[in-house]
Structure formats: structure tokens, C-alpha cells
Design a protein. Structure first.
Length: 255
């Protein structure tokens, strides 16, 4: 969501377009609110996921913006870690687009690019500007997450050809312990596949609150979604403290 100018990080300066909308902190008078420690585990990186396929959509040979698509084989919640080699040219803009699906007829061109039209008002794009120099560069966004299977990497300047290791998926969620996972047979069993899809969908919704779809705009704690998914999440994860805290938040919002 933010464009970090990492060439300024040595000076302790970053640039983010969202800063324009930040407001000064406000003093709050003493009240009867009792402060307490968080009941649930923090959101952390619980897994890393390697891309299963890398496709070249266009390169710089004909003057186009270079575009590459990574397929992680399944959808998950989180971000990607971008690793660029030493010797990058300074000031190259890198765009990282996240999507659940690829473009295809009739919704768009069947060219292998990512499709984000189903994500409503979400802006699933991160940006990076290269620092340049003789050191490798690593960028992992903070204070955001996306729900995605595919990542489209774009460069607006000269760059080494990306490899499967250039981008690594970082799975983020509340770090509740895994309590169990239903197994019905071999990995090729269709019922097992449905169970696995359900598990990953539940995991993507564990973001301090039982959030809605990880990829779309409405990533909020809807009580309807939580009511439908809670029983499965209680089976698959140790979410007793997670849901206890959520119910407290619902009660607090009604006061």
C-alpha cells in the first residue's frame, strides 16, 4: 500500500502516500476504561511459500514495461518478500500486484496477467523503488496484507531477469496454534482437497478478528461470516482466546 523510497532509509526517512491522510494524535482524558494485556497471540509470519511457476508476460526488449507472473499454487493471506541482487540500477520502480485469479475471457484478455476486478475497492498493490549499489536489496511490506495466489511483478527500467527465488510468499495470520486438520485419504482425494481449501480459508480470516475474505475490500469482522466459520475454526485452531476477545470487542462496540 505504501511506496517506500529505500534509498533514504539510511537517513531514517521513508515516504508513504498514506501519510497525507494521517491525523495528529489526540489527548484522551482519564476514563473508567481498564487497560489489560492482549488475550490473543499477535499476527506473525507463520509460513513461507515458494512459487510453483514463473511466467514471462513481457520484457524490456521491445520497450514495454517488463511483467512477470508468479503462481504460488494456492491462495493464502500475507505479503511477498522481494529479493533483488546487488548491482540494481538506482531508482527503478517495482510494482507488486496480488490477485486470486488470472485474466481470462469474458472478463478480460486471456494473456496470463492477473485479474483484480473481483476484489472490489481493495488496492492489492505494493511498490518499491530500488536503492541501487553493491548490496542485495530485500523488501517486505509492513502494516498491510493481501489474499492472493498470483503475483504480477513489474519493472519500469533495466533489471536482471527475475528467478523463482526473487519473490517468496510470506503467510501472515494470528499465530494461534493449529489444533487439527481433517484427513479423509490421500492428497489426491477430492474430499481432502475441499478440507484443505477450507483450512486455508479459515487461516486467512484469522487477523486478530475473524475477518472477511482476505483478498477483497471488506476485510472486517462481520459477525455473519464469523458465525458461519467459528465452528470449523475452533476445530482446526486453538481459537478459544481469539473468539473470547472478539466477543468482548462486539460487546464494547454496543456500549
Amino acid at each position: 500500500m505504501c511506496a517506500f523510497l529505500l534509498r533514504n532509509m539510511n537517513k531514517g526517512v521513508t515516504s508513504c502516500t498514506a501519510q497525507r491522510r494521517w491525523k495528529p494524535a489526540a489527548l484522551v482524558p482519564n476514563s473508567d476504561v481498564t487497560m489489560g494485556a492482549a488475550m490473543l497471540p499477535p499476527i506473525t509470519a507463520v509460513h513461507t511459500i515458494s512459487a510453483s511457476n514463473l511466467s514471462v508476460l513481457s520484457d524490456r526488449s521491445n520497450g514495454q514495461r517488463a511483467r512477470y507472473v508468479y503462481d504460488f499454487g494456492q491462495e493464502f493471506s500475507g505479503v511477498v518478500r522481494l529479493a533483488l541482487p546487488a548491482g540494481m540500477q538506482r531508482g527503478i520502480n517495482v510494482t507488486i500486484k496480488h490477485a486470486e485469479a488470472l485474466s481470462h475471457a469474458p472478463i478480460g484478455p486471456d494473456d496470463g496477467s492477473v485479474f483484480t476486478g473481483n476484489l472490489y475497492w481493495a488496492h492489492p498493490v505494493d511498490y518499491y523503488m530500488t536503492k541501487g549499489g553493491d548490496q542485495p536489496e530485500v523488501y517486505q511490506p509492513e502494516f498491510t496484507y493481501h489474499g492472493f495466489r498470483y503475483v504480477q511483478l513489474e519493472f519500469d527500467g533495466d533489471h536482471p531477469a527475475p528467478t523463482p527465488q526473487t519473490v517468496t510468499g510470506v503467510n501472515l495470520r494470528s499465530s494461534v496454534a493449529e489444533a487439527g486438520r481433517m484427513q479423509f485419504g490421500s492428497d489426491g482425494n477430492i474430499v481432502d482437497r475441499i478440507s484443505s481449501n477450507s483450512w486455508w480459508t479459515e487461516a486467512a480470516a484469522l487477523m486478530s478478528i475473524p475477518a472477511g475474505a482476505a483478498g477483497r475490500g471488506e476485510r472486517n469482522g462481520w459477525t455473519g461470516d464469523a458465525a458461519m466459520a467459528a465452528e470449523s475454526e475452533l476445530f482446526d485452531f486453538d481459537t478459544a482466546a481469539f473468539f473470547s476477545r472478539y466477543i468482548e470487542q462486539v460487546l464494547d462496540s454496543q456500549c
